[in-house]
Structures are given as C-alpha cells and as structure tokens.
Ligand binder design. Structure first.
Ligand code: SF4
Ligand code: SF4
Length: 436
C-alpha cells in the first residue's frame, strides 16, 4: 500500500533501530524531583504549595494561569523542599517546586477525581483535559484543552492522530502504539463521542508497519481509519500531516480548525483516555534515550521532575565519548549543556551523540545552489530568509513569509555550506514577536 505524504521534505538517516524493538521500561526517580511551573506554551503556572507541605501522587502543585496554561501535578509523594527558581531545559531559571520523594508513591484516596462517568459533554471533556494538565506531548506542549475549545461556528470534520514520529532516533510513540494502543484508540473514541460528526484518522509512517498493523486490528468494527503515510521528514508537522491525510492546506497564520481539523499526538490522546477514564493527570512521559553515547539505549517511562542526569546514568552514558546531548529529536530538539535539569511533559527523547554522529562542521558562504528551497516543506526561500534575518531587515523577512517557518531544519540539513539557517530564522522570529 502506498503511503500518503506532503510536498518537498527530506529523508534523513532515521537510526531508529537501536530502540524500536525495546519495550517501555519504568524508571523510578531518585530523592529530589524538580517541577518547573512552565512546561507548556502559554502562561506559567502559579505554585500552590509551599515548603514543608506534604503532597500525594497526582496532587496539583501548579495552578494554570489563564486559559492557555495547563496545571502541573506531583508525580511522587513526599515533602515540598523549596519553591525557587531553578535551571530548566529552556536554558534559563524558571520558578520550580522541588519535592523530596518519600518513595512511597502514596495516593490520596479522598481526593475528588477528575474522572468522568458515562457520556461526557464538550465542556466536561475540556475541563477534565485542562485539570489533567494535558499538553501536546509530541514536544509542542500546546495545552490540549485549547485545541478542543473549538468556536461554535467551526465544524470539526477530522480528528487526526499523529503517529508519524518522523524525527530520527525517536521511537516512543511507536512503542506506545504497540504497547498501549488501546489507550490511544480509547482516547480517540472519547473525542469522537464529543465531536460526533468528525472522522477519526490515525496517521502512521510506513517505517512502523508493526504499529500500523496493530492499530488496524484495534480499530476493527469502528469508524476510525488508520492511514499509512510515506516516511518523510517533517511528516509529523501539524500542517503537513493535515495535508497528507485530508489534502487540505492550513492558511498562513491560521490554526487547523480553519480547515475543520483537530490534531493530537499519540501520547496526548492516550493521556486524554487516562484522564477521562481513570482520573489520571500527566505524571510521566515516555522518553527515548539513544545515540552512540549511551551503552543501553532504551524507551523509558520517566516521572516528570526526574533529572536528565539520572536518566542518562540509567542508560549508561559514556561521558567521555558524548560530545553533544539533545533534548528531543536531532532535527527540532535543543542541544543542552546542563544535565541537572528536569524531564518535563514535552521531553520526548534524550540523545547522546558521539563526534561521528554530531557531525559538527563550520559554516561557509552560501553558494546559491537552491537546495534549501527544493526541500522547504513550507515553500519558503530559506537562503533569502537567512539573509534578511542576518541583516535585521525584518520588513523584508515578513514579506518573505518568514513567520511561516516551522523550524523543521530541512534547509540546514540539506545545505552543503552547513549554514545555520534555522537558528538565524528563529532569532529573527523571536525579535519580531517581542517587537509586537
Ligand atoms: S525555512 Fe523553516 S520551514 Fe523551511 S526548511 Fe528551513 S526550517 Fe524548515
Ligand atoms: S542550501 Fe545553503 S548554500 Fe545552497 S542556497 Fe541554500 S543556504 Fe545557500
């Protein structure tokens, strides 16, 4: 069967073999867990606990600050040590709640559950998803309840579940589909109960045929479709997934609902199932730990708040050989210099690269080969955008639709001069946003 896809894009070396066959292992954390109050796109949470408070597993410790924000919960039981700014993955200090884990994983049996019994309304669904602190667990960390709060005049025609997992190395979604596929289908069924007229489609790249076949079996007898996608990066980008699955194009600066779509990640829709059916907030996430710098590549279920250092030591990091550590995938992830930062809701992978994998090179002048233009999935001219950005010509940058750049890295990947196109564009976008 031929997989659907989008225009342009690239075929990097996927290097998923090291972990694709490895079952998810539960890793229990050490004594101290750090919970940043900013784990999502939107306003940071307000801490609602103080030093000395006892918290149970699942207790809310950070309250959402406004609609575009998501609650934060303790993944362990124990005592609040301190509430203070600590270094986080963002490379800056954020306000954090630090909890001393008592190792009991005690649950407060008297706490009111967010679970919803029977048929739920759209309002109940939104409230439950927000209370569970569910965000885009593919890495985007956009609060999931915001996506579900569709305007009354917009019809939801498709609910698309992103099982593409197009970033090299990453296999956490692949394993979730194989090992926890019932939760994914269960979460999608809940969404389809609320958005009754929508068609549910799960899109899976054709380098995960075992997951595709397994999910096809799980949806038998339902209206849900499982669609094979051609393996190509960035297939999992929201706009490109929509195009591949529905042939619809999201206009510049607009959201998927403009073309009748809601898109959720595999793990996020599983989290919706766990919230609605079991009353469970987001307490952990599945993290692929890979790269030649680790002796034991793995897919781990890691409690949020656990330090990167502990995860890396669990996977047998070779500190001597590892020259680059990336949080997330190699295309869109962030290189980090401090491993004493916590795993948060959006941490899909931790990659440890040796010199050979990191492929560090020095950028040289643009040779105007046009290769970056050929691969840009947004139809932009990356070389021209970089030039405008470097010269601070932001009006020009806007005219060239620079804000549409999804920072996928296809241009930099293909550039023979190894120019730092994405970093330059990202900086320009941030400068334009802050000016606004
Ligand atoms: S310009 Fe942006 S969207 Fe286009 S390839 Fe480069 S990073 Fe991707
Ligand atoms: S791929 Fe690199 S060298 Fe070629 S046009 Fe684009 S920026 Fe210039």
């Amino acid at each position: 069967m031929k997989g659907l896809t989008f225009k342009r894009g690239i075929h990097p070396n996927y290097r998923k073999d090291a972990t694709a066959h490895l079952k998810i292992e539960l890793m229990l954390p050490d004594k101290e867990l750090v919970f940043p109050m900013s784990q999502h796109i939107g306003a940071p949470c307000t801490p609602i606990v103080k030093k000395g408070d006892y918290v149970y597993v699942g207790d809310r410790i950070g309250a959402a600050n406004g609609f575009v924000s998501a609650d934060i919960h303790s993944s362990v039981s124990g005592t609040v040590k301190v509430v203070e700014p600590r270094m986080t993955l963002r490379g800056v200090k954020d306000n954090c709640v630090v909890i001393e884990n008592d190792g009991l994983y005690a649950v407060d049996e008297n706490k009111e559950s967010i679970k919803v019994e029977g048929m739920l309304t759209k309002e109940q669904l939104i409230s439950c998803v927000q209370s569970a602190g569910i965000v885009g667990l593919g890495g985007a960390t956009f609060p999931a309840h915001v996506k579900l709060s569709t305007p009354e005049d917009k019809k939801v025609e498709y609910i698309l579940i992103n099982g593409a997992e197009c970033e090299p190395y990453l296999t956490s979604d692949h394993r979730v589909m194989l090992e926890r596929g019932e939760e994914v289908v269960g979460g999608l069924k809940i969404l389809l109960q609320v958005f009754k007229e929508a068609q549910g489609i799960i899109g899976i790249e054709d380098n995960k045929m075992d997951a595709y076949e397994h999910m096809c079996k799980l949806v038998e007898g339902t209206s849900i479709k499982v669609q094979l996608l051609h393996t190509k990066y960035p297939q999992g980008s929201e706009k490109h997934l929509i195009y591949a699955l529905t042939s619809r194009e999201v206009p510049s600066g607009k959201l998927p609902i403009e073309v009748g779509c809601i898109v959720h990640n595999i793990d996020s829709v599983g989290a919706i199932y766990r919230a609605v059916k079991r009353g469970e907030p987001v307490l952990s996430r599945i993290v692929t730990v890979s790269g030649k710098g680790v002796k034991k590549p793995c897919n781990l279920e890691v409690k949020t708040g656990t330090s990167f250092r502990q995860v890396l030591e669990y996977a047998g990091i070779d500190w001597e050989q590892t020259i680059k550590i990336i949080a997330g995938g190699p295309m869109m992830g962030t290189a980090i210099s401090n491993v004493d930062v916590p795993v948060v809701k959006g941490t899909s992978a931790i990659l440890c690269f040796t010199e050979e994998e990191a492929g560090l090179t020095t950028p040289s002048n643009c040779i105007r080969c046009g290769k970056c233009v050929d691969v840009c999935p947004m139809g932009l001219v990356p070389s021209a955008l970089q030039k405008s950005a470097m010269n601070g010509h932001y009006d020009e940058f806007l005219k060239q639709n620079g804000m549409d750049c999804i920072e996928c890295g296809c241009c930099a990947f293909t550039c023979p001069a190894k120019r730092e196109i994405v970093q330059t564009i990202r900086t320009a976008k941030a400068a334009i946003r802050s000016k606004k």
